[in-house]
Design a protein around this ligand. Structure first.
Ligand SMILES: Nc1ncnc2c1ncn2[C@@H]1O[C@H](COP(=O)(O)OP(=O)(O)O)[C@@H](O)[C@H]1O
Ligand SMILES: [Mg+2]
Length: 386
């Protein structure tokens, strides 16, 4: 079996969805992590961010992730994203989305709430911003989606769904808020059987419908997403394999509410909510076997890459324009042949309007992208553009 990255996703483009472009035109970082002051213009095509370890390549991608998701992909404590000894950070940017230019700025000052502004106007709710700049981030840690517990998978799929469904994101946040309250009530009760059931019923009255809405969206999402995933996997992996993502949830059971009520005793003893959409999982199988246990490293890598490219295609088809594609150190641990095919895939300008890719091995990237159209190099040295 051999890995093969195709040059064009034939099946996906046949649908007649004319890819419209989104591009980051300029970026200005002030006191963001190891960037004291950076100002840089980007163009379409491939933007290759190169430099030694620790110079700030990942931080730069993280700033773009911030503009998209209103938070860092690496550190959710905003305080720690401010350069050491500074009072604030600012990420200022100009995007071209389809035909229009938009200014997107994120600002965080110690001890204050973060501010996101679009075209000078402050965004009321951060969740309203998510989806304006859709993005797909690929990092070497992504195999955790296969290897780790269900939380990582939920988080991944939740972030895909949230980027195109604001109501889902709101339900999800509401669900998490209520769960927190219900759990802290159970904790305070310290396992006593004579718990105030009326109060629990009040929580559940809202919580159960939230579980149901979240779950039905997850189910519908997996159905819609699966064809994108299968197509990408078949194209990457040269073999007759059948990769399947299936959604696992107690909410799929007809008798969910009944079982949820029956779980109350258990909830009281364990002092937490043991059933609900917060316990959902997604099973990844290859020819009916769990990929976590039976997949080779190569198969797992392909699975993840297919997952991410499917995320890209899926968001693109819903948004009507290209998401940002952020690729962090993806050449690492790949042999030259695989890098070569990956480069062929990425340089398909019909598919991607703008890509950001990092590499610590400058010469390697230069060699692989040599002679390709629309490739720009940005060399970073200690938080500065060289
Ligand atoms: N809040 C911060 N202030 C200043 N420097 C930071 C901050 N957070 C992280 N860094 C620095 O950023 C550097 C890592 O940058 P990173 O983008 O991961 O490098 P790489 O080029 O290897 O991807 C480290 O040297 C780290 O100390
Ligand atoms: Mg890095």
């Amino acid at each position: 079996m051999r890995l093969q990255y195709p040059s064009s996703p034939a099946k996906l483009t046949e649908k007649g969805l004319a890819a419209k472009s989104m591009k980051l035109l300029s970026l200005k970082l002030t006191h963001f992590k190891n960037y004291e002051a950076l100002s840089v213009d980007f163009s379409g095509g491939i933007n290759c961010i190169v430099g030694k370890n620790g110079v700030g390549k990942t931080n730069l991608l993280d700033a773009l992730h911030y503009l998209s998701m209103t938070r860092s992909a690496l550190n959710t404590v905003d305080q720690q994203n401010i350069s050491y000894q500074q009072p604030f950070f600012a990420i200022n940017s100009t995007f071209q989305i389809i035909e229009k230019e938009h200014k997107v700025n994120c600002y965080f000052e110690q001890g204050k709430k973060k501010i996101v502004k679009v075209d000078g106007k402050e965004v009321d709710k951060l969740s309203d911003h998510i989806g304006m700049i859709p993005s797909v981030l690929v990092t070497p840690d992504d195999t955790e989606i296969i290897k780790e517990g269900s939380e990582v998978r939920r988080k991944f799929f939740d972030s895909v769904i949230s980027q195109h469904d604001r109501a889902y994101l709101e339900d999800l946040m509401g669900m998490q808020r209520l769960l927190k309250q219900r759990n802290s009530f159970l904790k305070k009760n310290e396992g006593r059987r004579n718990i105030n059931k009326n109060l629990l019923a009040v929580y559940d009255e809202t919580l159960i419908p939230l579980f149901q809405r979240v779950s039905s969206k997850r189910k519908a999402f997996i159905e819609a997403f699966s064809p994108y995933f299968a197509t990408n996997y078949q194209q990457i992996f040269d073999g007759a394999e059948n990769p399947i993502i299936s959604y696992k949830s107690s909410l799929l059971k007809e008798a969910f509410e009944e079982e949820y009520q029956q779980a109350l005793e258990k909830d009281i003893i364990l002092e937490r909510t043991t059933m609900g959409a917060h316990r959902d999982d997604y099973a990844f199988t290859l020819n009916d076997r769990p990929i976590k246990k039976f997949g080779s490293q190569g198969q797992q890598k392909s699975f993840i890459l297919a997952l991410k490219l499917a995320e890209y295609d899926y968001l693109q088809s819903l948004k009507g324009f290209d998401p940002l594609l952020l690729l962090d150190d993806i050449f690492d641990k790949l042999d030259d042949e695989r890098i070569e095919s990956l480069v062929t895939l990425l340089t398909d300008t019909k598919r991607f309007s703008q890509i950001f890719i990092t590499d610590a091995r400058i010469e390697r990237s230069r060699a692989f992208f040599d002679g390709k159209d629309q490739v720009s190099f940005f060399e970073i040295e200690d938080g500065e553009l060289k």
